[in-house]
Design a protein around this ligand. Sequence first.
Ligand SMILES: *Cc1c(COP(=O)(O)O)cnc(C)c1O
Length: 422
Amino acid sequence: MKIETKCIQSGYSPANGEPRVIPIVQSTTYKYDSTQTMGDLFDLKESGCFYTRLANPTVGYVEEKIADLEGGVGAMMTSSGQAANLITILNICHSGDSIISASTIYGGTFNLFGVTLKKLGIECIFVDAELPLDELQKFVKPNTKAIFGETLSNPSLDVLDIEKFAQLAHSNNIPLVIDNTFPTPFLCNPFEYGADIIIHSTSKYMDGHATALGGVIVDSGKFDWTSGKFPEFTEPDESYHGVVYTESFGKAAFITKARVQMMRDLGSTPAPMNAFLLNLGLETLHLRMERHCQNAQKVAEFLENNPKIAWVNYPGLKSSKYHDLASKYLPKGCSGVISFGVAGGKAAAIKFMDSLKMAAIVCHVADARTSVLHPASSTHRQLTDEQLVECGVSPDLIRMSVGIENVDDIIADITQALACVD
Ligand SMILES: *Cc1c(COP(=O)(O)O)cnc(C)c1O
């Protein structure tokens, strides 16, 4: 099946007489006829739901759809994108380990890696993703256990050279983790370029309507955990009756451990209702992403030719330094988020934003409605000026999430707001 068909058909196929649309199984628990079956479930000898913290049918259907969209061996949904990132790193690393991350990443992830993981004894080395391979290699240490980057970074919109990062990771027997939130599986499939684990904040385009927070982790099944670097995968897990993940679960070792160990212990479980809402969004993902890309491209070109605009950043523009990487990794379009500066700096940015009539100021991106945000005074306000530069956020940066309204109406709103800026 092609990806458009998978968006609609994958994950759930009802048997004769069953509901056509995935049912919302609003139950924490499941009934079994014998203690033996229950015991086998706990021993992971049988598959089935026994408690919704670990598995739920509604969530399971959507996990299967997303695994299929990315081409992975399995997926696990989480209560938010933050939880997906946290679980992914804790599933690989423990106190004393180190990870390498591109420095231009989502502000929340930057904090998680730089502050909270540090408190847990996991060091994150932030690197300039533009550096050549031999320079990047210098940051790899014997305790480096994961390499991380965003396909299209939020909010700086840098396009990551995934193949370069994959080469860095694999030549050192380290897995590459890619946050593919902004492109979604419709615009880019990082597994094709060597990513081992993909995570998403499904709160963005995958849901697409700003209704439900969520995250997902997808396992390619391709990474070899048996090099000796990852004993938690190859030695008995005492908390699971001595199970050895690589032996019992083969290609699904990572995603199984994430569920039965990490989700069991951390409990950042998605609600069945949220999985249902996410699935509704996924059914139109292909249509929405096409329109987001078209509209954003037109708005970016309009802004670039407007004298009141100081600069525009959108990888779909020929002027973008990421245009070549975008042609390679995002051939169908560069998603719906653009950033720009209004001539006159921060004060002009604020006047412009407050003058918009249709586009709303919201702390969110990537849903059907056009919206704007000033990261330096909102999502990134906890960062120092130095850190702001490091994450690619200038003080005058406006992030616009271009929605799927008629693009002429979006441009008309921008035009009248610019007229209010002098
Ligand atoms: C929003 C976002 C996150 C965090 O996801 P939540 O669902 O808000 O927890 C992580 N990565 C990227 C790229 C994001 O845009």
